[in-house]
Design a protein. Structure first.
Length: 150
């Protein structure tokens, strides 16, 4: 299954195989993946390679990892449209610890202690005298409103 002569890094090949299993429905959203040791045995690679593959999938938002528990397939999220007014500033960044807790669902608080690692936020500054908003990057789609013609 792993082709060492392909020129594709081994961890990427492992990540691709796991992603294919997720896409095919072998691992459904919310399901725990096999342990790192089991994955290493399945793909006949070292645990460091498995860790790199899992980090790659985590960065894509395909999985979330809980320390001392393992990695689970992330749920598919329906993104909600959020309109950004003309002239507003938007900053994408990682959340503060307080934001991780405040923006989490009750399940995420219980499982991860906050929104999962790797989920960015959008900080929106709509303009003078308006309060900034902080939104989860995995749950919104920003829609930039065109300027009004006067």
């Amino acid at each position: 299954m792993i082709d060492y002569s392909s020129g594709v890094p081994v961890y990427r090949q492992v990540a691709n195989a796991i992603r294919d299993d997720i896409t095919a429905g072998r691992y459904r959203p919310g399901a725990w993946l096999p342990s790192e040791a089991q994955l290493a045995q399945m793909y006949e690679v070292g645990r460091d390679t498995v860790r790199e593959a899992l980090a790659y999938l985590r960065a894509e938002g395909k999985i979330t990892t809980v320390r001392k528990r393992g990695s689970m397939v992330a749920a598919e999220v329906t993104r909600e449209a959020h309109h950004v007014p003309p002239g507003a500033r938007v900053i994408a960044r990682m959340p503060t610890p307080d934001e991780r807790r405040d923006l989490a669902t009750s399940v995420e608080l219980r499982e991860f202690g906050g929104i999962p690692e790797g989920v960015p936020v959008f900080e929106i500054f709509p303009g003078a005298r308006k309060h900034r908003k902080v939104l989860r990057g995995d749950q919104v789609e920003l829609v930039i409103d065109p300027p009004e013609n006067k």
